[in-house]
Design a protein around this ligand. Structure first.
Ligand SMILES: [Zn+2]
Length: 448
């Protein structure tokens, strides 16, 4: 089955960063077969489904590399706290109260929000138990994902939410064997020790070692997020987060570190030397009062940076447009208005995400042979610019003006998951009702 999309513009993100006006995309199965200029489209003889989308702009599906689907249910229940209190008083007790049913409800509303706002690929950090529910929700809804249960073999913040090193490794291996490569490769695994303060050295080392026995597996954790966390890490390890990861030899090209706000200069260089990846979460960093990551410096040193909304309770949305806008804006007071221009930020949300996840040959751009993960935007809204859009105006419109209301349709792996502003395959009313019900049942189970 082939589909031809006729489009107003195609933002390809190919090596030449071509934006094609009046062109077309041919999707065959789950792959982009061809990207056509206006002239090529005029001459094309096509036998298949034709979608006339001449008012819409096609862009690569957005990639968010740091998400916690397990926390979506707790949106609005943990506001205005700093990281360690946020974890100790709210998030860890809530996560510990999850059942399989409540975790599924949390994952479903998270994925529904991500898809309808144009995010087609995520890297998720789950909680300690019931990871199978997140894998099932990802499989059913069609989002592309690296999944991984949170590993914690130390937990002074909320002791009930931990497991033995042996159990953390064993269950992770079981989930990894099941999920890595599932759904024709759409689902993959990233081992996810939560952060230094919840993991022994042995757990960190064994978790990293596991990535070596599965091709393409990633190592996903948090680092250098908060000043109090930094103090505790220094007192335990005698050094900072990234220095510690390097000392125990787990800082490599598949090491993906969320936040990286408080890196010292040596650590910035280490990130570049080891080709480790930064998962930048500007909304979360602002809302928890954590700080502003030195993204312009990291990028200037050649470090790959991507974007993520983090968990819904520290954001409180999973909306990539908000992350792009803030990623640009938060650097400007310190570095001037030309820092983090719109195109650079758009690249972080597409190509940067793909490079972070090691899947640049599959997603992040609209080119022949790439997976058909794409978003159709309607830029004919009152809040979008009105001029005929040049390439730079187009990036500006997407990064500075757009919101999820601009998302008309979303395709992942060749399948429409959102079309004409409606979910296909997700009954939004039903999952919202289920989420409300599961939260009502969960709250009495929470123990401080
Ligand atoms: Zn996080």
């Amino acid at each position: 089955m082939k589909t031809l999309l006729k489009l107003s513009q195609i933002v390809t993100m190919d090596a030449r960063r071509r934006v094609i006006a009046g062109g077309g995309l041919v999707v065959s199965g789950n792959v982009i077969e061809s990207v056509l200029s206006a002239n090529e489209l005029r001459d094309l003889r096509f036998d298949g489904e034709v979608i006339e989308a001449g008012a819409l702009v096609a862009i690569p599906g957005f990639i968010q590399t740091h998400i916690h689907l397990c926390q979506t249910l707790f949106r609005g229940l943990a506001d205005d706290l700093e990281l360690l209190d946020w974890l100790k008083l709210r998030i860890m007790p809530y996560e510990a109260a999850h059942t399989a049913q409540s975790l599924r409800a949390s994952a479903m509303i998270g994925i529904a929000e991500l898809l309808r706002s144009g995010t087609t690929t995520i890297m998720d950090m789950g909680t300690v138990h019931h990871e199978e529910e997140i894998i099932r929700a990802v499989a059913e809804t069609g989002v592309r994902a690296f999944v991984g249960k949170a590993m914690m073999d130390v937990n002074e913040l909320h002791p009930p939410l931990r497991e033995s090193t042996k159990d953390a490794i064993r269950t992770t291996r079981e989930y990894a064997e099941h999920a890595h490569g599932l759904a024709n490769g759409r689902i993959r695994y990233a081992v996810a020790p939560r952060f230094i303060l919840s993991c022994t050295d042995a757990l960190m080392e064994e978790a990293y070692e596991m990535t070596q026995s599965f091709p393409g597996m990633l190592f996903h954790t948090h680092a250098a997020e908060n000043k109090h966390e930094m103090t505790a890490v220094r007192s335990r390890c005698g050094m900072d987060n990234v220095e510690y990861f390097d000392r125990i030899n787990i800082l490599h090209q598949n090491t993906c570190l969320a936040h990286c706000i408080w890196l010292n200069d040596r650590e910035v260089d280490l990130m570049a030397e080891r080709d480790a990846k930064v998962l930048h979460c500007p909304s979360s960093n602002l809302k928890l009062g954590s700080g502003v990551a030195r993204i312009p410096l990291l990028r200037a040193k050649g470090v790959t940076v991507s974007l993520g909304a983090d968990g819904a309770p520290c954001n409180n949305t999973l909306n990539i447009f908000e992350e792009m806008r803030l990623a640009a804006l938060i650097q400007k007071p310190g570095h001037g208005p030309t820092a983090m221009d719109a195109q650079s930020v758009f690249e972080m949300a597409t190509l940067g995400g793909a490079a972070t996840l090691g899947i640049s040959n599959e997603v992040g751009s609209l080119e022949p042979g790439m997976k058909a993960d794409l978003v159709l935007l309607d830029l004919n809204k009152a809040w979008n610019p009105y001029s005929p859009q040049s390439d730079s105006e187009l990036y500006s419109s997407i990064v500075y003006s757009c919101s999820p209301e601009n998302v008309d349709s979303v395709m992942v792996d060749g399948r429409w998951v959102f079309r004409g502003s409606q979910h296909l395959g997700i009954d939004e009313h039903k999952i919202v009702e289920s989420a409300k019900n599961e939260l009502r049942l969960l709250l009495p189970r929470v123990s401080g």
